[in-house]
Design a protein around this ligand. Structure first.
Ligand SMILES: [Zn+2]
Length: 363
């Protein structure tokens, strides 16, 4: 399922094989919670060279519902995207105050924000949902603590997540679908160690680092990542959930992470943020009014080959919505290209010098 091809320092290059083909790691997945990446079609994803996306099983279970997805013959056919689709269990959304009724070791009780109907999701039920969606990679149901939770709460989440992981493993019978376990532990060293050791003892197809990006800050985040990874096996993929910015992705790769997902890229695109090799710029600033350069002078995407900063600034000023799509396109292309360059550096065992240079330049 996963083959490690090369390493450079701690950075890794590998191949993840799924029933919808192979995806070279490291890779970044745009978030398609409801089987739609905001402003980006399935054809766009193909044209952008994005080999994987992540959807949300729990949200799809609520809307459009499993019978309709079944009628459409699975999530790939429904949205006509034939590359790798991950589904998150929805543990994170279920635990949000907007949904949650109660949570105990049996499962999660919550109300649907769509029709206020009551649902009780157990690890077994979650596996049933993800298997009927026919995603390529399912995620075990985890117990998501809040960042402000104290040590005892996070310790409890580590224990319950382990109990649920065992039940998910047992209930998961579709051998063509990969199943990843999720580790918790907040920013506590001993809990990260405990959770990694427990979950990695269950022989999942891959291991995720969950419960981060909750406001702990970059330093604590990457410390927790390192702490989790050192207890993970080398022959399985590692997935840092919900992270993050371009800098976090590059830093994550330097620590040995293989897979990322985040709504950072698409969301920031809609808030005027443009990625360039020197860092992020806000394209709605007055100084771009007369700037006839492309968004990023080193970028080869169709937006940069076709339009200037001045034109995109103009679209923003006249409130023509096309600018959001153009910026989203460029930023997704930018991240994919950057990771492709990193893969080449790993192959040549030159990741370290690339990393130092990138960190020095990125603002
Ligand atoms: Zn571009």
């Amino acid at each position: 399922m996963f083959e490690l091809k090369a390493t450079s320092k701690n950075a890794r290059l590998g191949v993840l094989t799924t029933r919808h083909g192979k995806a070279e790691t490291p890779f970044f997945m745009p978030v398609a919670t409801k089987l739609a990446v905001k402003l980006i079609s399935s054809k766009d994803l193909k044209d952008l060279g994005l080999k994987s996306i992540i959807s949300n099983a729990f949200i799809l279970y609520l809307e459009p519902g499993l019978p309709l997805i079944k009628k459409a013959k699975g999530v790939h056919n429904f949205m006509n995207y034939q590359n790798v689709i991950f589904t998150d269990s929805g543990g994170f959304q279920m635990a949000s105050p907007a949904f949650l009724e109660s949570i105990n070791e049996k499962g999660v009780s919550f109300r649907s924000p769509i029709d206020n109907s009551k649902h009780f999701i157990t690890p077994e039920k979650d596996m049933e949902i993800q298997q009927s969606l026919q995603s390529d990679v399912a995620m075990a149901l985890d117990y998501m603590p809040k960042f402000e939770d104290n040590y005892e709460c996070i310790k409890e989440s580590v224990n319950i997540t382990y109990e649920w992981a065992k039940r998910c493993k047992k209930a998961h019978t579709d051998k063509k679908q990969l199943l990843f376990g999720i580790t918790q532990g907040g920013t506590f060293n001993d809990l990260r160690k405990k959770s990694s050791e427990l979950i990695c003892g269950l022989d999942f197809d891959g291991y995720a680092i969950g419960g981060l990006g909750m406001g702990e800050g970059s330093e604590l985040l990457h410390k927790a990542v390192k702490n989790s990874i050192q207890y993970m096996p080398k022959n399985k993929p590692r997935y840092l959930m919900g992270i993050g910015s371009v800098k976090d992705i590059v830093q994550g790769i330097s620590n040995g992470v293989d897979i990322f997902d985040s709504c950072y890229v698409t969301r920031h695109s809609r808030h005027h943020v443009v990625f360039t090799r020197e860092g992020e710029v806000r394209i709605n600033k007055q100084k771009f009014k007369n700037d006839f350069n492309p968004l990023d002078k080193n970028c080869t995407c169709f937006v940069c080959k076709t339009y200037t900063r001045a034109y995109i600034y103009h679209l923003i000023k006249i409130n023509e919505l096309t600018w959001k799509r153009l910026v989203t396109w460029h930023n997704l292309y930018f991240v994919r290209e950057l990771i492709d360059e990193i893969k080449t550096k790993i192959k040549e065992d030159k990741f370290d010098s690339f990393y130092k240079n990138f960190m020095k330049k990125w603002k």
